[in-house]
Design a protein around this ligand. Sequence first.
Ligand SMILES: Cc1cc2nc3c(=O)[nH]c(=O)nc-3n(C[C@H](O)[C@H](O)[C@H](O)COP(=O)(O)O)c2cc1C
Length: 361
Amino acid sequence: MADLFEPITIGAIRAPNRVLMAPLTRGRATRAHVPTPLMAEYYAQRASAGVIITEATGISQQGLGWPYAPGIWSDEQVAAWIPIVRAVHDAGGRIVSQLWHMGRIVHPDFLGGESPVSASATTAPDWARTYEGKKRYAQAHALDFDEIKRIVNDYRRAARNALAAGFDGVQLHAANGYLIDQFLRDGTNTRSDIYGGSIENRVRLLLEVTRALIDTVGAERTGVRLSPNDDPQGCGDSHSRELFTKAAAELSSLKIAFLEMRASRPDSTFRPAIRQLVPDIRRAFKGVLILNSDYTLARAARTLRSGEADAIAFGRLFLANPDLPRRLASNAGLNKPNVATFYSRGHAGYTDYPSESCLAP
Ligand SMILES: Cc1cc2nc3c(=O)[nH]c(=O)nc-3n(C[C@H](O)[C@H](O)[C@H](O)COP(=O)(O)O)c2cc1C
């Protein structure tokens, strides 16, 4: 059984270890969603990850409603990603771009006052982050077929742009209550057409977009993220186990390079029916399976040893420990992530977490 520090082939990518960096939104791009040189420093510091999955990156203005998050739809954005990807490669790393459409989670402030879009006319609970503080979400407008086609093309363009910027691949963000997830789950998808109703219909958009990405970058450079572990941002499903097992089986038949999943901890108090979903997904998905959420060194090692997954993605630990694989390998102490600077601008809490080598006498 695999060890965290054994190499692994993930489609076209040869990763030297199985300590991956999970996607982490950090809000260090410009207000026009153009990546900045500071991001090159941040990602290059983390180049020892088996693979870096970037922060969620907007495929279009319509799909991006997070202050200072980067996009990848314009030539200016692509040009700004190039030195970031190069910095990671020069530091010996590998990096894939997480492609994001937020659907109903985009506040109208980002859309010139227009409504956001989703599977159905629903409203997200809670508050949106905007440039003017927190505001109530607005009701989404249900996408028609032409609009869906345009969104699939936006994903295609984003994937083409990711290749042009030099990325090693792309990951479709189908998790956490954003657009694809809004189509997957019956709590947010009440459509009665070919995109709603049965599980087969609700996975349709996920598969259409995944096929578009495969057409553009190749299956060996395409990954997907799902999050069956909870009801993120008010996006829940009545039959999560059936839904996500079906999604995993269909993705498996498309032969994508990897599936990354936020999975509940065994001791989670979340619905028992989906707490133990991982073995079902493992059986349904034949490619590389990466698990995430709350992993410690011991739990990650146990998970790989048991054959439950092929690699582990670390979020907050990577955020705070640029040299995480080395620290885990030597069982060294870990810096603690500072929540206050997760989304703040500038280098504090971003590029100033010390590496172990800096601490050495
Ligand atoms: C600051 C922050 C930003 C995040 N941004 C993203 C994101 O852009 N895309 C995504 O899929 N998940 C995002 N997540 C979720 C993480 O990828 C990960 O699932 C979560 O932190 C749990 O993993 P961990 O316990 O290893 O931190 C974010 C989490 C945090 C803390």
